[in-house]
Unconditional design. Structure first.
Ligand SMILES: Cc1cc2nc3c(=O)[nH]c(=O)nc-3n(C[C@H](O)[C@H](O)[C@H](O)COP(=O)(O)OP(=O)(O)OC[C@H]3O[C@@H](n4cnc5c(N)ncnc54)[C@H](O)[C@@H]3O)c2cc1C
Length: 422
């Protein structure tokens, strides 16, 4: 009997994590293939920290994906995913190393969609001429070069555009977020302020943080945000909320949808996280194109299709830590289907948790652990040297273990961050 074919689309945090968890729980009962357009994992969360500490993230933040997968007997195929034929249980792909390859179809018994989202900078008017960001090595290097060579000491705006979250299939407990992921703007503001001071170019007073929402990082919980804003205003940061989104970027700064303007020499922007175009309009997608799943990360109408990470509709905020929790579920569900795990080990109730560690510069970081966005009552904020060490060590452990974090890793990290004051 041929083994069920599991096809994982995307090989970054959610795709690699799901493939490894499926192998861990389903063992040799399945064949697993991962398809991605690039053969490395991009460790996005530490890109801001790398540039502000003087390293090029293209050198330090790329981990070999093919080797990590091969260690678990998981195949890798480098190709652009073009579309899904759900009825035929096939995916349309085009190999993308040399250009000019034809289109092929790859079949599956189980499909895991872990393709992340498009970061829609190209939909912000004026971004190419006047915008900066840090979500990839190209843009992060462009920003640090501007800061080092061209920055005249003017005002800096840091914030998010409006996130368009789908509503179809949205569970009642999941609120509508106005920004996709606001840990990064908070992190960048804090670490940039430290970098400016260190380089004699200013400090927190140069920076205004803006958000389309009533509260920045609202998914971290009101109490956490109150403490963060309190600390930020004492440090001298400006703050602008309820902007509703970005209308355009100009040489003068940012124009918002609510009619206000923010003067800026540098506008550091996080855009709308948009699903890939070919996912929109599918029977498994919500109205914007995120993949609808239940709490077991399975599409209700097509139980052979799973989604995890930023591509899944219930991943809000778009946070790698939530995607990580979801990969565990995908692994267990497929293992249950192929008879390798009993339902009592796979169907435990789950609620997402926001866990976020953001660099503050100078060897310090903030740590947030919260589930209040999802109806829980946990809201923890810590700042200090220990969260910084954890952020750096987590990346080291991730790379050394080829993407696998030992089961004790996260509980120990949480306990130490929440009980030790360093
Ligand atoms: C600056 C910044 C800092 C962040 N910091 C944190 C943090 O501290 N903690 C945290 O938890 N989260 C953080 N995040 C969020 C985190 O990076 C994302 O949630 C995470 O990367 C999502 O993982 P993913 O695998 O779902 O998607 P992605 O990381 O986007 O990966 C998607 C994969 O799919 C591939 N792909 C996409 N389309 C195609 C296609 N058509 N064909 C072939 N391959 C395709 C891509 O090449 C990629 O490898 C941060 C984000 C940013 C931008």
């Amino acid at each position: 009997m041929a083994r069920p074919q599991v096809l994982v689309l995307g090989g970054n945090f959610a795709g690699l994590g799901a493939a490894q968890k499926i192998r861990e729980y389903a063992g040799d009962a399945v064949d697993i293939t991962v398809i991605d357009r690039k053969a490395y994992l991009d460790y996005i969360p530490n890109i801001p920290l790398e540039i502000f500490e003087g390293r090029d993230p293209a050198v330090t933040m790329h981990m070999d994906l093919v080797d990590a997968l091969a260690r678990d007997d998981i195949k890798f195929r480098q190709a652009e995913v073009l579309g899904l034929d759900i009825d035929a249980r096939q995916v349309r792909v085009r190999p993308n190393e040399p250009p000019g390859a034809p289109e092929y179809r790859v079949g599956y018994d189980y499909l895991v969609i872990a393709l992340g989202a498009k970061l829609a900078y190209d939909e912000i008017e004026g971004f190419a001429e006047h915008g900066h960001t840090v979500s990839d090595a190209f843009h992060a290097n462009r920003l640090i070069e501007y800061l080092k060579n061209d920055y005249k000491g003017g005002p800096i705006a840091v914030g998010s555009d409006r996130f368009e979250q789908g509503r179809k299939g949205k569970p009642d407990w999941l609120p509508i977020a106005l920004a996709a992921c606001e840990g990064p703007p908070v992190e960048v503001s804090l670490s940039l302020a430290h970098w400016l001071e260190e380089h004699g170019k200013g400090g927190a007073k140069n920076i205004t943080i803006f958000t389309p929402a009533e509260l920045i990082a609202e998914d971290a919980g009101e109490e956490v945000v109150r403490q963060l804003l309190d600390a930020a205003s004492k440090m001298g940061f400006g703050y602008m909320n309820n902007t509703q989104g970005i209308k355009r970027l100009t040489a003068e700064g940012v124009e918002f949808l609510d009619g206000r303007k923010l003067e800026a020499e540098i506008s550091i922007v996080f855009p709308n996280w948009k699903p890939h175009d070919f996912l929109k309009g599918l029977p498994i997608s919500d109205e914007v194109g995120f993949i609808i799943t239940d709490m077991r990360m399975r599409n209700p109408d097509h139980p052979e299709i799973f989604a995890c990470g930023d591509a899944a509709a219930i991943t809000v905020p778009k946070l790698g830590a939530i995607g990580h929790q979801e990969t565990e579920i995908v692994g267990k569900q497929i293992a249950k289907d192929v008879g390798r795990l009993p339902a009592e080990r796979t169907d435990e109730p789950w609620m997402p948790e926001v866990i976020c560690i953001g660099d503050m510069g100078g060897g310090r970081a903030f740590y947030i652990h919260s589930n209040s966005w999802f109806g829980g009552d946990t809201q923890v904020l810590k700042m200090g040297r220990l969260p910084y060490a954890q952020k750096v060590l987590y990346k080291e452990m991730f790379f050394r273990n080829h993407g696998k974090i030992p089961n004790w890793g996260l509980p120990v990290a949480k306990w130490t961050a929440e009980h030790l004051e360093i």
